[in-house]
Design a protein around this ligand. Structure first.
Ligand SMILES: CC(C)(COP(=O)(O)OP(=O)(O)OC[C@H]1O[C@@H](n2cnc3c(N)ncnc32)[C@H](O)[C@@H]1OP(=O)(O)O)[C@@H](O)C(=O)NCCC(=O)NCCS
Length: 170
């Protein structure tokens, strides 16, 4: 199994928008939006790609598009705005690798905390983030378009953590 990570370019905008629809059906707003919520400020994919404080990393496995992560550096945080792995490639450690890529980028750029938000009722993120060392620090009631609460997760990234499940599974 060969995993390739690369930074997205404008040529990837449709792929990224497709991921948003695939991973967050009913929560993404239109084909150019990355954010899942309309009560936060959000930008379109092209603006993200041109903004030095945001980064979109794409993953492929054996040449097939497998997933992505969108990160935003601000206020001493690296905030992961979106992360998703296609069903066929799940439970192989790919999301963990994508998240670490953002944590490393954040740390290199002075961030001390990695932060994420997930829909309170989504079961996979509620398991995934704690497995990566994240703590549920607060709840944003009714944050999502469907009225669901947002759970805010944080991790101190000033110390690199060696996780037991560090490598990719074949
Ligand atoms: C959440 C998501 C990104 C996880 O991707 P993934 O590549 O399968 O995750 P990993 O393989 O890196 O998982 C690492 C660990 O997280 C936990 N985990 C991940 N998905 C899980 C699930 N569905 N159920 C229980 N635990 C899970 C496990 O502890 C796993 O380790 P293990 O496989 O050795 O048990 C993926 O399910 C996804 O894309 N879901 C749809 C989009 C989404 O919900 N994104 C997050 C929005 S906040």
């Amino acid at each position: 199994m060969t995993v390739t990570l690369r930074d997205a370019t404008h040529a990837d905008a449709e792929l990224i928008a497709g991921y948003e629809d695939e991973f967050f059906p009913g929560l993404a707003f239109d084909e150019c939006r990355v954010s899942l919520s309309d009560d936060v400020e959000f930008m379109n994919v092209y603006e993200y790609l041109d903004d030095p404080e945001t980064r979109i990393v794409l993953a492929s496995i054996d040449g097939q598009n497998a997933g992505y992560v969108v990160g935003w550096l601000h206020d001493g945080l690296i905030e992961t705005l979106s992360i998703g792995v296609r069903e066929a490639f799940r439970r192989r450690g790919l999301a963990a690798q994508l998240l670490r890529t953002m944590e490393d980028w954040g740390r290199e750029n002075g961030a001390r905390i990695s932060e994420l938000e997930s829909h309170a009722l989504q079961p996979a993120p509620s398991k995934f983030y704690p497995s990566q060392g994240y703590k549920h620090v607060r709840t944003e009631p009714g944050y999502y378009k469907d009225g669901g609460d947002g759970w805010i997760w944080q991790k101190d990234i000033t110390v690199t953590q060696k996780l037991a499940s560090g490598g990719l599974k074949s």
